[in-house]
Design a protein around this ligand. Structure first.
Ligand code: F2R
Ligand code: MG
Ligand code: MG
Length: 346
């Protein structure tokens, strides 16, 4: 096992911020041309955007809460986590939150709330949310815990504060595992996917996951991870195929796999993306070009790519265009300390 570097932790936090800030402009558009995304990043490179002028959305607002809670408490604390989510929403409600999750925040803000998981369980007539809000914010869990069992356990608990459907929290587990494995150094795509398939098969094979998936497709995550393996063995996979088979929507199962595929596919050059862009930049550009929930797919893809390539692959001009970019670096440093301390005491 190789010890991850500080650069990878700062890369993951900053990669996530970039995806949210650059992808935000395109959220909800079904047709996004690569050309338009490249125009947007050129504006950053030519400094046509002022420093810090690309605002972050709910994705980053919630990821900041996760990082701050872990750093302050030095461990996972669901009560502190829930309080931070709710207070953050109260302070800045216009960050583009999902229309369902704001009901959870309002209930969490009530002084009568003494079970922080209850509001999430009451969502969508008791079915819970399967939105990608649990997954979009989860990277700091993988950066705080070196042990894979902890990553799974706390990714699930963190997501359950807002997302009680297994389709929602299983997406957070998969995204956290994707970041965890990306931290472990040079990877082979098939091996990386086989690990994820093995882990997600166990996760999706429990009673609740099997029951929640009945309304959709059984093993929604494993089936998409398998599809990804087939896609990666071909060089002619179109955007339409990716969107049709993996998705680009607000549901966690229609966006987490797409983010992972974007990262893996962009390890290779893409004929549509100029060669001067490295694997991390390509991942952000490509993931946004798939359209749909662009800020969230790009924030998740950016976290994985940042954890893999490290912050040296992030251009300063892109980074400096984002709101609160210095905080991302700070969170990366503090989470790195936490990870190393846990590793040393294990
Ligand atoms: N909300 C958005 N984008 C929409 C446009 C926002 C715009 N800026 C504006 O204000 O006009 N983006 C952000 O939301 C996504 C994360 O959402 P999250 O946190 O999962 O929220 P929620 O409300 O729990 O779920 C999202 C929607 O999914 C559908 N849904 C979920 N579970 C469902 C269920 N069991 N049954 C039926 N529908 C369910 C609902 O439509 C929810 O509202 C990210 O994209 C983030 O960027
Ligand atoms: Mg958002
Ligand atoms: Mg979004």
């Amino acid at each position: 096992l190789t010890l991850p570097t500080l650069s990878q932790f700062c890369g993951a936090m900053t990669g996530a911020l970039l995806g949210d800030c650059i992808g935000g402009e395109f959220e909800g558009k079904e047709l996004v041309r690569v050309h338009d995304v490249i125009e947007a990043v050129r504006a950053l490179e030519e400094q046509r955007q002022e420093e810090g002028s690309l605002v972050y959305s709910d994705d980053t607002a919630m990821m900041r809460c996760v990082a701050q809670s872990l750093i302050t408490k030095q461990d996972f604390d669901e009560v502190d986590m829930a309080k931070r989510f709710a207070e953050e929403y109260k302070e800045q409600p216009n960050r583009g939150y999902g229309s369902g999750v704001i009901r959870v925040f309002k209930k969490l803000l009530s002084p009568n709330c003494n079970d922080v998981f209850k509001p999430a369980r009451e969502q969508f007539k008791g079915k819970g949310s399967y939105g990608n809000g649990g997954a979009m914010r989860i990277a700091p869990i993988a950066l705080a815990y070196p042990d894979i069992q902890d990553v799974k356990k706390f990714a699930k608990k963190n997501a359950e504060v807002t997302h009680a459907s297994s389709l929602g929290y299983n997406g957070a587990i998969l995204q956290a595992l994707a970041v965890h494995h990306a931290l472990q150094g040079e990877l082979q795509r098939d091996k990386y996917l086989d690990q994820l398939i093995g882990e997600m098969h166990l996760v999706e094979n429990d009673e609740k996951s099997l029951s929640d998936a009945k309304d959709f497709h059984e093993f929604p995550y494993c089936s998409r991870l398998k599809k990804m393996k087939a896609f990666l063995s071909r060089t002619d996979v179109s955007k339409e195929e990716v969107v049709n088979e993996l998705g680009n929507g607000i549901a966690a199962f229609e966006s987490v796999p797409t983010a992972i595929y974007s990262f893996l596919r962009c390890m290779d050059p893409d004929p549509e993306i100029p060669e001067k862009y490295n694997g991390l930049e390509r991942t952000i550009i490509y993931s946004i070009s798939l359209g749909g929930d662009t800020d969230t797919i790009a924030t998740m893809a950016g976290a994985i790519a940042g954890a893999y390539y490290g912050k040296d692959h992030i251009p300063q001009s892109w980074q400096k265009s984002c709101e609160a970019y210095k905080d991302a670096e700070y969170f990366g440093e503090k989470l790195y300390d936490l990870y190393c301390n846990r590793l040393a005491s294990s």
